[in-house]
Design a protein around this ligand. Sequence first.
Ligand code: SF4
Length: 177
Amino acid sequence: MLIRTYGIDVFTPACDPGAVRYSAIATLDADIAEALPYLNATLQGGIYNQAARAFSWRKDGHYIVFHAGHIAVSNVEDRDGALHAVEALIALVNETWERRGELAPDFTSHERPTAMSLYKLLPQTNCRQCGQATCWNFALKLSLGQAPLSKCPPLQEPAYAERLGQLEALVPPSSDV
Ligand code: SF4
């Protein structure tokens, strides 16, 4: 087990005093920097920063940053919610660390694609078959992981096979559900 104990600080973000949601920082009893490339290899949509020894990720409405010595979580309801979120994240780190022998660590930084970079690869016909008014709206949804590529029928046509391949390389698989 990598992380055995932790201390927790739950607070209202300084940039939003009086907010009804809270942020939490768990201070760990272990340095988890070596586990971060394994999280990067297994968690979709995260961003690894090797120099900063940090891995950021979004899950269930929380913005999460794993640092070498602590884990920060935003948008928690209260102290109990913070404890619940932090314990789940610690379990995730420990489980991933236990499985490191069967995983290939990933030291690359997967920057999130911009809506514009995705838009350029869409058919740009604004045909609305995806349920969006424009291809730009669809690109925005794609960039946020809120729409699958399969929702755009024209993209599935042979004429767009190359662009679809490029999009599949940019959009995390977790978005294509
Ligand atoms: S279905 Fe595809 S081509 Fe049509 S509007 Fe949506 S993104 Fe654009």
